[in-house]
Design a protein around this ligand. Structure first.
Ligand code: GLU
Length: 421
């Protein structure tokens, strides 16, 4: 039977319900958390290079700010929708809850395929977007960051625009900035580094060695790239990596650093296809079927479906993307006894180091690369251990345990603030 297609927002509502039930939370808590507090829709006029004015559609959703200001990225993608942004902002609330950082959840996006735009058009669109959402963001209100297809350079244009509107420099309004302009060392690498750390912890929990293990990574964007690089540094053989162009395979492990260099050659257009260091080049969907110990989906939502899940041979999955597994596929994963580290834990490294960046901006005092990575490691390993203990105690999955921990944190804050009983 074909899988019922749920949109991402329905998926997150189901996850909230399940965790509220497992926690024995009140209906009031569920009612508040199942919707974002606000979701602003904006139209963004951009003067294109050919002189035409084009209007783009954009959003900024604030899911919940009981714990602290909203926090979360902005994505530029043709599939961005109001529901997707709402769902992603809810995941951010829970991600921040797990990470133990004083933020709520936010997310934004523009419906656009940035590959169709020149650099100048991207800059004008980014500035126009910030102007449009300026009333709902701020250093202590809601703090954007990079997400799919948005870069430190784009963050710099956005902060510049916001600072001009405010008439003062406001570096802490957005994180994920370039190092030259208030960025933090180790932020760019942070999400992928965190994913690799969670791979290490998952191997440990399963009583297996990461050294010499075989890993497959779906996606070679900012997350997949650094997840693969650090997994290699932690001793794994990254035998398969895919992106939209293909799936590369090398039995002895791909040379990830060489692949980094390969994709940055302009004529390769950021794609892995044609890399000489592979034994074989397959269709991109082959990445699910690889004979590996661990599979890490680091691309987009709904990658692991009822169709792809049965192809997976790995007995550990570490989610790098946001929402890569559908609820139906999740059931199959649990039935098969695959150990899964859920997105809101495993890809929380990005927002964690965004928090460190924000703290550094507010203090105007900057830390070393090692200091940042050390702090990230301590926080992420603690979150993993706490969630693992909760999973054992309640006999639930890592995903449900993660949601339970996150929801408890937000619910407790809402309760002491008098929002719910
Ligand atoms: N976009 C990233 C995420 O989904 C990072 C968000 C942030 O740094 O605020 O977690």
């Amino acid at each position: 039977m074909a899988e019922k297609t749920l949109n991402t927002f329905e998926i997150v509502q189901q996850q909230i319900k399940e965790a509220c039930d497992a926690l024995g939370e009140t209906q009031e808590v569920y009612e508040i958390l199942k919707q974002p507090q606000s979701c602003l829709e904006v139209s963004i006029p951009v003067r294109m290079d050919n002189g035409e004015l084009k209007i783009f559609e954009g959003y900024r959703s604030l899911h919940n700010d009981a714990v602290g200001p909203g926090k979360g990225g902005v994505r530029f993608h043709q599939n961005v929708s109001r529901d997707e942004v709402k769902a992603l902002s809810a995941w951010m609330t829970f991600k921040c809850g797990i990470a133990g950082i004083p933020y709520g959840g936010g997310k934004g996006g523009i419906v656009v395929d940035p590959r169709d735009l020149s650099q100048g058009e991207v800059e004008r669109m980014s500035r126009a977007y910030i102007k449009a959402i300026a009333p709902v963001i701020g250093e202590k209100v809601d703090i954007p960051a990079p997400d799919v297809n948005t870069t430190p350079q784009i963050m710099a244009w956005m902060v510049d625009e916001y600072s001009m509107l405010q008439g003062k420099n406001t570096p802490a309004v957005i994180t994920g900035k370039p190092l030259e302009f208030g960025g933090s060392l180790a932020r760019f690498e942070a999400t992928g580094y965190g994913v690799a750390l969670m791979m290490r912890e998952a191997f440990k929990a399963k009583g297996k060695e990461m050294k010499g293990s075989k890993v497959a990574v779906q996606g070679f964007g900012n997350v997949g790239r650094f997840a693969a690089l650090y997994a290699e540094q932690l001793g794994a053989k990254v035998v398969a990596i895919s992106d939209v162009s293909c799936c590369l395979y090398n039995e002895k492990g791909l040379d990830v650093k060489a692949l980094f260099d390969y994709v940055t050659i302009p004529e390769n257009k950021n794609m892995i296809k044609g890399f000489k260091g592979a034994d074989a080049e397959y269709d991109r969907n082959k990445v699910f079927e690889m004979d590996v110990d661990l599979f890490s989906p680091c691309a987009l939502e709904n990658a692991i479906t009822t169709e792809t899940v049965n192809k997976i041979k790995a007995d550990i999955i570490v989610e790098g993307a946001n929402g890569p597994t559908t609820p139906e596929a999740d059931k199959v994963i649990n039935e098969k006894g695959i150990f899964l580290v859920p997105d809101i834990l495993s890809n929380g490294g990005g927002v964690m180091v965004s928090y460190f960046e924000w703290v550094q901006n507010l203090q105007n005092y900057y830390w070393s690369f090692e200091e940042v990575q050390e702090k990230q490691e301590v926080k992420m390993v603690k979150a993993f251990d706490d969630i693992y203990a909760l999973k054992e105690k309640h006999n639930v999955t890592m995903r449900v345990a993660a949601f339970m921990m996150a929801i408890k944190r937000v619910a407790d804050a809402m309760r002491v603030r008098g929002w719910v009983k």
